[in-house]
Design a protein. Structure first.
Length: 364
């Protein structure tokens, strides 16, 4: 799993949180409105309060929630992942700002935008954090201006709150920066860990010299294929062995022998597809498994590979390289070890009959 996929998860959670807040504040806005009406503590015009502090607040909250949700779910490719992060974050910030500005008489709500700034640290974007801090200062100041204009007799009280909230915004910014740095470091370490795991898995799964599957992984995959062997859908197991490979090692050295093995592995991988897998069984022996249900495919593939291998040329020798092969086609459920026996017998027939040929196993 790519760790950048955490961003869509964070956006999804953010959108869910916005939806919950929309529902909560719709209920709260109406509740406060009716309490003010019943207790007759509402200051100013009732219709003005209803339109600005209730209906407008609800409309803006729903709008920001819709914008964030549509951006997050957009599949058209119009927005990059970074742009989606910004749209969702600033939509959520807009919702918090609406709370702060339209309900400025509750001075604790002035801190709401800063809480969103802290939440946005999950995106590990320093530029976003700085923009949000500036916007926090602006929203806080406007909230103070609005409420002081409405309640000038409480100037001293709200000025004190303004100073406290600005200090809190700054403190929360530094806290969010620390969180962001920790998230970035954790992401780096986790990415390194997953990269190492992929590398270790690749080393275990693929032979380092030839690039084909290692014996354990090939055998596990072949066993799975053989579970589905049927009379009308046979599975073929094949083994090939480089002819006179000991002579190559003794004459030209093991390093040059590795060159031959590496070339054969490269050629083998050219024939790998959804129905064909190959692996190194050991030394100069290699194995194939064919799951297409066509027994002739195995013979055709090995003969084509044999011709490709015979055309290979090497700087250190003029000798032509060849291999012998054996194929066993099974029509019932079995395992690799059992199917391998027949392919190995066919290989020995190829060796005994002059090498550089492919033989099909004939049951006696």
């Amino acid at each position: 799993m790519e760790l950048q996929s955490l961003d869509p998860i964070n956006r999804r959670k953010m959108c869910k949180a916005m939806f919950v807040f929309v529902v909560f504040f719709i209920i709260a806005d109406w509740l406060f409105f009716f309490v003010y009406l019943i207790t007759r503590t509402l200051r100013g015009d009732v219709y003005y309060y209803l339109v600005v502090h209730v209906l407008l607040s609800i409309l803006l909250n729903i709008l920001t929630c819709v914008i964030a949700t549509r951006a997050d779910k957009d599949k058209s490719g119009r927005f990059s992942e970074e742009q989606k992060n910004y749209i969702c974050t600033f939509s959520f910030f807009g919702m918090a700002s609406t709370m702060s500005l339209l309900h400025a008489y509750f001075s604790p709500l002035w801190c709401a935008p800063a809480i969103i700034m802290m939440y946005a640290s999950c995106y590990r974007d320093a530029r976003m954090q700085k923009i949000l801090l500036v916007l926090c200062y602006i929203v806080t100041c406007f909230s103070a201006v609005f409420i002081i204009a409405e309640r000038p007799e409480d100037l001293s009280f709200y000025m004190q709150n303004l100073i406290v909230v600005i200090v809190m915004d700054t403190v929360l910014f530094f806290i969010s920066t620390v969180i962001q740095d920790n998230n970035s470091e954790m992401l780096r370490l986790t990415t390194e860990y997953f990269d190492q795991q992929k590398e270790y898995k690749h080393r275990l799964e693929y032979d380092n010299l030839t690039g084909v599957l290692t014996r354990p992984f090939f055998q596990a995959a072949a066993d799975e294929m053989l579970r589905w062997a049927r009379k009308d859908h046979p599975i073929s197991i094949a083994i090939i062995d480089i002819d006179n490979f000991k002579h190559v090692n003794d004459t030209y050295g093991h390093d040059n022998g590795d060159v031959v093995l590496r070339e054969l592995g490269r050629l083998m991988n050219n024939y790998v597809n959804d129905n064909v897998i190959c692996g190194r069984y050991g030394g100069e022996e290699f194995v194939f498994a064919f799951s297409s249900g066509n027994p002739k495919e195995a013979e055709d593939t090995l003969n084509a590979l044999r011709e490709d291998f015979g055309r290979a040329r090497y700087e250190f020798m003029n000798d032509r390289t060849t291999f012998s092969g054996g194929i066993n086609t099974v029509y019932w459920v079995t395992d690799f070890e059992d199917a391998f026996v027949g392919a190995d017998d066919a290989l020995y027939d190829s060796k005994n009959n002059g090498k550089n040929q492919v033989t099909k196993y004939m049951r006696k």
